[in-house]
Design a binder for this molecule. Structure first.
Ligand code: DGT
Ligand code: CA
Ligand code: CA
Ligand code: ZN
Length: 587
């Protein structure tokens, strides 16, 4: 099934480019229909191609079959490459603007060279649109407004930036006497990795008073809208916060609606419609208009024959079917996390000394922590020399005496060198209790070589965790080229945990790949990758990502008790067993 989605996306992309070319609707629909049908296949498209049955797929004729065949075999499609020469791909963005269809988009890029929303805004402000065929002053004015709105909206925030601010607002409003309930909504409640804007929902019988308090919070820079039930502000950090105030009776339906996602809501509304019912932010209503549910979210889901669905799963990725069949996962909880296996000290590029990190970990209720300073070749991050590793080993033994029964594991974040070997000789690797292997250099290797590189590291018996497996940085650095399927399979086979790195700009693996890792039998490690005490908090984002990836506690190595983690660490390196027995650290 590996390439089904890839092929479907390719066909969708072609359809979009054809739209921009203003091709006839019939041809365009042929591509989107084929894409849909390929997504619905329960068979691997590569297998179908091998058996020469591509044109048996509904909506796929001989010509399209040949194109898919070409793409599957060569990784390229000449027709698509050629289209990209003819049509500026960036202009697809214009189709997002309400009021711009294919014909107008075509006119915009063909006569003005406008391909992006900011360019559209500029052209509208300079009154260059009104004289274009099919536009006019009214349209120009409207497009200027829409483009201005969208240009703002495209700036997405990291979850780790948005959540603390939202929580500050919520804490400040919660104590207001008019507030009966308050929760984050939207992508924030779903803990998505990036957030378009911050949505907060309040239940109150006194919306004017709440709006008054909200728009006068100390962190408000500018009030964008004052409507009594929908005030909106800009914070001092320049973030937009939308508040919705509803009556307590509508709390459940409003929370459900404003949590989204849009796709999840559409699917849910469809379920209601099958019964002849109507679902909106005001409630679930029967054929005769009688209100069936709406005070709580549970009420609504139950009325629709579903178990209540945790917000992190509400993306229409199978959660509704699972809820109907009572097979939703029991998602891992933050309180089930017993330790953090990736923390940097001031020995490499961290800010805080080991002792203080240990104390912070203990006060978080953890049973164990692993220091994972950088390895020798990472000069910029003050990677440790073998000599320093030996001294750090000594120090950790002393700390373990002092802090028992809490256990400090001596770990390292060891670079995977371009050829897949590790950045320390064997006799140094043997000193570590736990090793996280990560790629920190040569990001531009071809896909096959990057994959082979990481596979080789996984096979090394010293390696326990694969660190930030794709190397992406939000919002700017794309993942390096790597074929994750075999990597995750190898990790599963060797008992190597796959990291969900909790740094807000990493969240790597992401939600989708985390879910795939679980399906392939791999175990995850939710790690903070903290470089300071404060950043131990990153664990939250790692756990949230795991939850979005449908992870249960059993799928997360650091939700295990200390003794079970030690057993796991002994799986390929039995000599380690001797170590914790003699140090007396094992309870
Ligand atoms: P964001 O802000 O881009 O990260 O994503 P969301 O999901 O927070 O979206 P936002 O802020 O536009 O809207 C908040 C929620 O309101 C959204 O998740 C679902 C609901 N919603 C908004 N527009 C629609 C709509 O057109 N249809 C449906 N069914 N729900 C909508
Ligand atoms: Ca939002
Ligand atoms: Ca919003
Ligand atoms: Zn790293």
């Amino acid at each position: 099934m590996r390439r089904n989605e890839e092929v479907a996306l390719l066909l969708d992309n072609i359809a979009e480019l054809l739209m921009l070319k203003n091709e006839n609707a019939y041809r365009i629909r042929a591509y989107t229909t084929a894409a849909q049908n390929i997504r619905a296949l329960s068979e691997d498209i590569e297998e179908i191609a091998r058996q020469g049955r591509l044109d048996d797929i509904p909506g796929v004729g001989k010509a399209l079959a040949a194109k898919i065949q070409e793409y599957l075999e060569t990784g390229r499609l000449r027709y698509y490459e050629q289209l990209k020469q003819e049509v500026p791909v960036a202009a697809v963005e214009l189709l997002e603007v309400p009021g711009i269809g294919p014909a107008r988009a075509h006119t915009l890029y063909a006569s003005l060279g406008v391909t992006t929303i900011p360019q559209l805004l500029e052209a509208a402000q300079q009154h260059k649109l009104r004289d274009l065929p099919g536009f006019g002053p009214k349209v120009e004015e409207r497009l200027a407004r829409e483009a201005a709105r969208l240009a703002q909206r495209t700036r997405r925030l990291l979850l780790g930036v948005a959540l603390p601010i939202a929580e500050e607002v919520i804490a400040l409003l919660r104590s207001h006497p008019g507030v009966e309930a308050i929760e984050p909504a939207g992508s924030l409640r779903r803990m998505k990795e990036t957030i378009g804007d911050i949505d907060i929902l309040v239940a109150s019988r006194r919306p004017e008073a709440v709006t008054e308090a909200f728009t006068h919070l100390p962190l408000v820079r500018e009030v964008l809208a004052t409507g009594t039930t929908r005030p909106s502000i800009l914070t001092r950090d320049g973030l937009q916060v939308d508040l919705r105030i509803v009556g307590p009776d509508e709390w459940g339906s409003a929370l459900q609606y404003f949590t989204g996602s849009k796709e999840h809501n559409i699917a849910l509304r469809g379920l209601a419609q099958e019964q002849g019912w109507k679902l909106s932010e005001y409630g679930l209503f029967g054929r005769d208009g009688r209100r069936l549910a709406g005070r709580t979210e549970e009420e609504i889901y139950h009325a629709l024959g579903l178990d209540w669905i945790p917000p992190e799963l509400r993306e229409n990725r199978g959660e509704i079917e699972a809820a109907r069949e009572h097979r939703l996962p029991r998602l891992v909880e933050f309180t089930e996390i017993h330790g953090d296996l990736h923390v940097h000290t001031d020995w490499s590029d961290g800010h805080d000394p080991p002792e203080r990190l240990v104390e912070a970990a203990i006060s978080r209720g953890y049973q164990y922590i692993a220091f994972a300073d950088h390895s020798q070749s990472l000069g910029v991050a003050r990677g440790l020399s073998p000599e320093q590793v030996r001294r750090q080993h000594q120090l950790i033994e002393e700390l373990n005496q002092r802090y028992a029964p809490f256990l400090i594991l001596h770990g390292a974040e060891v670079n995977i060198l371009p050829d897949g070997t590790l950045d320390y000789p064997e006799e140094v690797l043997e000193l570590f209790d736990i090793v996280t292997a990560s790629v920190h250099s040569a990001f531009d290797l071809p896909r096959e070589r990057m994959t082979a590189r990481v596979l080789r590291a996984i096979q090394h018996p010293a390696v326990d965790i694969l660190g930030h497996p794709t190397g992406r940085l939000l919002p700017s650095r794309a993942p390096y080229e790597i074929d994750l399927e075999p990597v995750l399979k190898a990790a599963a086979e060797h008992g190597v945990a796959v990291e969900i790195n909790g740094q807000p700009d990493r969240l790597d693996l992401d939600d989708i790949w985390s879910r795939r890792a679980i399906d392939l039998g791999a175990i995850l490690a939710t790690n903070s990758d903290a470089h300071s005490i404060r950043q131990l908090e990153n664990m939250r984002y790692a756990v949230a990502t795991a939850r979005r990836g449908w992870a249960e506690a059993q799928h997360v190595i650091n939700s295990r008790e200390l003794a079970d983690v030690l057993t796991w660490l002994e799986r390929r390196a039995p000599a380690r067993r001797h170590r914790w027995r003699t140090s007396g650290a094992r309870r």
